[in-house]
Write a protein that binds this ligand. Structure first.
Ligand code: SF4
Length: 417
């Protein structure tokens, strides 16, 4: 039987604010602010839901919010819309088709941490979506759900949009903060964490677009009911960006832990394109190590993918493979991934700045047959040990891990002429 999508977020797609309201939009906000649910109760409900961040790290959202000191005078919430992980385009879909759901999520989340101002950090490449978001914010203001004394409460809130400058590293939350403060987008050393010292030194929560879009749904159905969707450590749905050699690419919403990666490819993606040979799957954006075809009969959820030595990261499934006589294109594919890391390394930490170039050189040498794959693996392993725990962010380590994993898993294919 073909598996179909499970819809929570997609059900709230709306062309305009009237359509959103017809679909039950803003009822959660009315429930929270109109009924005067205390902020702590909102945090409690999100904790009960088991919601984990959808940007990559999968950190529990309610717990993240609870780190914000209640007595701080000024706090901020930032919606991270710097969706830069190659293969990921699901936040773009929310920004385009569910901006009202996102705005409702931002208001409720800001209320939970008592932030009067929030920002949507929009990646430069999504500048073309700016007007859509801006209009949605304006419409929400006009009906009184943004501004002063929202729904007769004492809560005031404004949402501003901050346009990024086009650096992958600014998706990392502390680099994002630096760039918002007008500085070069270098990740900060942690601690202190943003919950203590975030934007301009104030406690700040940074959540991904999809994470925030889940908040009105959680408040609508209740945390416990939300937690019944999916599996215990991976609750709710996920928006999957499916790309590569499948017949049908796109964004699909799946119930976590209830559909395997193979079923996602076969049923939602309508299978691998004709004449293509499936070589593997990257299950969570380019920073996630690949899975072989015999490793994809696992359910799509945080834990199952970690058990297989990879990660669900940003929810981007890249299905790769080539026509039978073009298997040697795998090296080109790997080189383009490494080149991405090399170009996007911000240069702050020497092991990453130099290491990503060194990994790139090794691949060049493998291509020219000047270095054997086994030797390349050994060198990269040495580089990885020099990066591990010694860099301000995981970019360099990811570059080493995925390259090593590709070289080990596909040594037979890469040795083809
Ligand atoms: S690990 Fe790389 S990308 Fe991350 S801060 Fe250091 S140099 Fe920049």
């Amino acid at each position: 039987m073909k598996k179909s999508e499970t819809l929570l977020i997609k059900k709230k797609y709306a062309e305009n604010i009237d359509e959103y309201i017809q679909k039950g939009g803003f009822l959660s906000l009315k429930k929270v602010l109109g009924d005067g649910i205390p902020p702590e109760k909102v945090i409690e409900e999100v904790k009960k839901s088991g919601l984990r961040g959808r940007g990559g790290a999968g950190f529990p959202t309610g717990l993240k919010w609870s780190f914000i000191p209640r007595d701080a005078e000024k706090k901020f919430l930032i919606c991270n819309a710097d969706e830069g992980e190659p293969g990921t385009f699901k936040d773009r879909e929310i920004l385009l088709y569910a901006p009202y759901l996102l705005i409702e999520g931002i208001i409720i989340s800001s209320y939970a941490i008592q932030a009067e101002v929030s920002y949507i950090y929009l990646r430069k490449e999504y500048k073309w979506i700016y007007d859509r978001i801006y209009k949605a914010i304006r419409e929400t203001e006009e009906i009184g759900f943004l501004g002063k004394n929202i729904l007769g409460s004492s809560f005031n809130h404004r949402i501003k949009i901050f346009l990024g400058a086009g650096a992958y590293i600014c998706g990392e939350e502390t680099a994002l903060l630096e760039s918002m403060e007008g500085k070069k987008g270098f990740p900060r050393l942690k601690p202190p964490y943003p919950a203590d010292k975030g934007l301009f030194g104030n406690p700040t929560v940074i959540n991904n677009v999809e994470t925030l879009a889940n908040i009105p749904i959680i408040m609508e159905m209740g945390g416990e009911n939300y937690a019944k969707i999916g599996v215990p450590k991976s609750t709710g749905t996920r928006l999957i960006s499916l790309s590569g050699i499948v017949r049908k690419k796109g964004v699909f919403e799946i119930e976590q832990g209830k559909i395997t990666i193979r079923e996602i490819i076969e049923d939602l993606g309508e299978g691998v394109k004709e004449n293509y040979h499936l070589l593997g799957v990257i299950p969570g954006g380019i920073s996630a190590p690949p899975l072989l075809p015999d490793e994809i009969d696992i359910t799509y959820d945080f834990e199952s993918i970690i058990e297989k030595g990879s990660m669900s990261g940003s929810g981007a499934i890249i299905v790769f493979g080539f026509k039978e006589d073009k298997k040697n294109e795998l090296l080109k594919f790997l080189k383009s991934a490494v080149n991405f890391f090399k170009e996007e390394s911000c240069g702050k930490c020497t092991p990453c700045r130099e290491g990503t170039w060194a990994i790139n050189d090794i691949l060049e040498k493998i291509e020219k047959r000047e270095t054997q794959i086994e030797e390349g693996v050994e060198i990269i392993d040495g580089l990885y040990k020099k990066m591990k725990g010694l860099c301000a962010c995981p970019l360099g380590e990811s570059c080493a891990i995925i390259t090593e994993s590709f070289l080990k898993k596909y040594s037979d294919v890469l040795n083809l002429k």
